[in-house]
Design a protein around this ligand. Structure first.
Ligand code: ATP
Length: 758
């Protein structure tokens, strides 16, 4: 038996090299000798991972005759497998590694050892030379090893061989988006707090053509890698010119960054006695306070941008005298207490205050999140409160329910709960969590963690906003990902490049929000959406989830626009590949919208299933069996499936009979239509070109279907008629006569019944 292994504490290069080695040694088993990191764990839990790793304790060492070591050549680094070397002198060993030689290195029969940036680079070359085909997933997993060990080709150890290997893997379909997603380093807690400080303390200045951000910070201890955090901050908010004025203990400094040609921060820092490049510079600030430094900075910038007209507005102050912004149109740091008080029903605001008080007493950090915050900023009514707490959400829900004498229900598998208030409001509570993934063959793993990680897992920047509920920060807007700005600019933007792949329902959510708010999709998001569609990602969505998203789209105010957008993005084919969107379909969707608004004005029960009507429009050009397939794809219940399969025939009968030229009598209209499903009638109205058809259906829905007889079965009994099929026949005949105006009063109905019974 052949065994492929690597070193303890496996990293991406180890895993990538093992996967590559498995291509060179088909049939070999793979086993990590020890532990592996969180990023690998995440990758292994994702849909991109499909390799089998044997647990070390399940490897029968007596059976191993051939050991393939990758990314190490030391017996001391392969954990339990080092026993093989001691116990089996006939063991064949092959070694693939990029580490420098060491005295204890093992000797291998095959030794492919040289100083490439990554071990998988060496193996990729062999695979290429032997023309062994690679799948896109294999190539992606392999390129992750190169990216990690070369710091995305930036470490000095990166060799031309690494670049060649990466180029080859890209040709085999490797996806760098996936690689960067799993390799991205998370910030440390300390760095994270600093990032938060930057968000809270930055002010925005607009100087014609240039937007400048300045943060003033007082910290009590030194923090390493300030530059990394500043970079992350600028990326997050798409900032081009940024200055941080930081005082740590007694030492004050200026950190300056610019990606804007008009501002040379090296020159600016030079004026403070420091220096650097046009794009990155720093200076120690001596003999001046941070506020003085800011004023000097502003005047230097005005000079630097001398050709440009300065538009810095005067500072504005909050009630507490704290500087909040110099540009009231888009403050970075905003308190939403007043908008909440002004826009929300008083009862709801009181509930929010109660949640806040409860959170302070527990104590636990609590935040309002998601659509509620988005709609508050858009001034759209939304009373669905979503609360996230940093800690045990279920326990918090119980405490809250007790306090308000309401009730709560927890969902332990998701760490969520719902609290029902006596006033009738319902609040969803979730525990902020970092990870939510399934480890193969284990239960879903959910770990509690911070708000930011929770928000990062959301769909779009404008849905990843939060409002602090704890005092003294009650009402503060938290915007880690620039959602506020996107909301102001009407932009839909995903939080990271794998968003659509991670959850394909977001494709449809993007289209729904685009239509609802008339927002634009940001360029990269649009590109990622197209790529996800091309990859066929929607095929991975279950029928129920796909239908659920479609239903939400069809329940919006203008689904016709969303249907057109779905067509533009080639999404409709995932319902059925033979649906083709054309002008007629567009016109019919428009007509459906009109018919539905007309019907809504009638205030009639029952409410139609809007999604069914729009699906009829989409299914129009399909054959009967294709419609059946479509209904199966969407996992529809038998009744709806039957309607979708049969409606064209029903509709043809209606249209043919009602457009014959001769005006139909009300009784004839009723007889023809009253057994049809409301959705079929409304669709036929939208579809029919003949005015007579529309008018007949309208008459039936407005009037004929409401007509009731004065008499009932009891009256027939009294007239001596015995119950049976005749009963209904008589009542129906009288109803038809009533519809045509041949009877109207109770007496006339009784008279007609008597005649018929005779
Ligand atoms: P609507 O106004 O249509 O109710 P919503 O965004 O307010 O939309 P939900 O669909 O209930 O309401 O979602 C609540 C929040 O949960 C969203 O604002 C978003 O932050 C998050 N969310 C919902 N669906 C997803 C998803 N598929 N991926 C990531 N985050 C999601």
């Amino acid at each position: 038996m052949k065994l492929i292994t690597t070193h303890l504490n496996a990293d991406f290069d180890s895993l990538a090299s093992m996967i590559a080695a498995s291509k060179l040694y088909p049939g070999a088993i793979m086993a990590f000798p020890g532990s592996w990191g969180d990023s690998i764990r995440r990758f292994m839990a994702s849909p991109y991972y499909s390799w089998k790793l044997t647990k070390p304790q399940e490897v029968d060492l007596n059976q191993v005759t051939h050991l393939i070591m990758v990314d190490t050549k030391l017996a001391s680094r392969i954990g339990p497998f080092s026993q093989l070397i001691a116990s089996n002198p006939a063991l064949k060993i092959d070694i693939y590694d990029h580490h420098p030689p060491q005295p204890d290195d093992l000797k291998g029969e095959i030794e492919e050892v040289r100083p490439a940036g990554a071990t998988v680079t060496i193996l990729t070359r062999l695979i290429k030379e032997r023309a062994i085909p690679l799948t896109a997933n294999e190539a992606t997993a392999m390129i992750m090893g190169i990216c990690e060990d070369t710091g995305f080709f930036s470490f000095p150890t990166t060799s031309s061989e690494d670049l060649e290997a990466a180029a080859y893997l890209l040709r085999c379909g490797a996806d760098l988006n996936i690689a960067s997603h799993f390799l991205k380093e998370e910030l440390t807690l300390e760095q994270f707090e600093f990032l938060n400080d930057l968000l809270r303390s930055s002010e925005r200045y607009r100087i014609r053509g240039a937007e400048v951000f300045i943060a003033i910070l007082y910290k009590d201890k030194y923090m390493s890698e300030l530059g990394t955090v500043v970079q992350r901050f600028m990326d997050m908010l798409k900032i081009d010119i940024f200055f941080a004025l930081v005082k740590i203990g007694t030492h004050s400094s200026l950190i300056a960054r610019s990606r804007f040609k008009g501002v040379d921060v090296g020159a600016v820092a030079g004026e403070f006695g420091g220096g650097g490049h046009p794009s990155a510079a720093s200076a120690s600030l001596r003999g001046m306070s941070l506020l003085e430094a800011r004023e000097k900075l502003l005047s230097l910038l005005s000079e630097e941008l001398s050709q440009m007209e300065e538009e810095v507005s005067a500072p504005s102050f909050s009630a507490e005298g704290e500087i909040i912004t110099r540009n009231p149109t888009l403050p970075l740091f905003q308190n939403l207490t007043s908008p909440m008080r002004e826009q929300l029903p008083a009862e709801l605001f009181a509930i929010i205050e109660t949640i806040s008080q409860t959170a302070d007493v527990v104590p636990i950090n609590a935040f309002l999140v998601g659509g509620f915050v988005r709609d508050l900023l858009l001034k759209i009514e939304n009373v669905d409160l979503d609360v996230v707490v940093e800690g045990d959400g279920i326990q918090f829900a119980k405490t809250l329910a007790q306090k308000v004498e309401g009730s709560s229900k927890g969902f332990p598998q998701f760490h969520t709960a719902v609290v029902m208030f006596p006033q009738g409001f319902k609040v969803d509570i979730a525990s902020a969590r970092t990870e939510f993934y399934e480890v193969p063959a284990a239960l879903p793993v959910v770990q509690e963690s911070s708000l930011r990680a929770d928000l990062y897992r959301r769909d779009f920047t404008f849905n990843a906003l939060a409002v602090r509920l704890n005092k003294p920060h009650f009402g503060e807007l938290i915007d880690y990902f620039g959602g506020r700005r996107d909301l102001d600019e009407g932009i839909i933007r995903v939080l990271h490049n794998l968003s659509f792949i991670e959850d394909p329902t977001r494709l449809l959510r993007a289209i729904r929000f685009q239509q609802r708010f008339q927002f634009q999709m940001e360029g990269n998001t649009r590109k990622l959406l197209r790529e996800a569609v091309e990859k066929g990602i929607l095929n991975l969505l279950s029928g129920t989830r796909l239908m659920n998203e479609l239903r939400l789209i069809f329940e919006e105010e203008h689904p016709a626009v969303a249907i057109q957008t779905m067509a533009e993005f080639d999404i409709i084919k995932f319902i059925h590949p033979h649906i083709t969107y054309d002008k007629t379909m567009g016109r019919i969707s428009d007509n459906i919208e009109k018919v539905i608004s007309w019907y809504n004005l009638l205030y009639r029960e029952p409410e139609p299933k809007l999604w069914l009507i729009y699906l009829m429009g989409l299914f129009e050009g399909l054959s009967t069996s294709e419609r059946q397939e479509g209904a199966e794809r969407l996992n529809l219940p038998p009744k709806e499936s039957k309607t979708l399969t049969a409606y064209p025939e029903e509709m043809t009968v209606i249209i043919t009979k009602l457009s014959r030229g001769k005006e139909a009598k009300p009784s004839q209209i009723y007889s023809l239509l009253h057994r049809c499903r409301l959705e079929v009638l409304l669709y036929t109205m939208a579809k029919a070109e003949h005015e007579a058809v529309k008018q007949a259906i309208s008459l039936c829905l407005r009037h004929l279907s409401q007509v009731k007889l004065h008499i009932s079965g009891d009256d027939l009994l009294k007239l001596g008629c015995s119950p049976g099929p005749l009963f209904n026949k008589i009542l129906r005949k009288i109803l038809l006569a009533k519809l045509d105006g041949r009877v109207s009063t109770r007496e006339e109905e009784v008279e007609m019944a008597k005649k018929m019974i005779k």
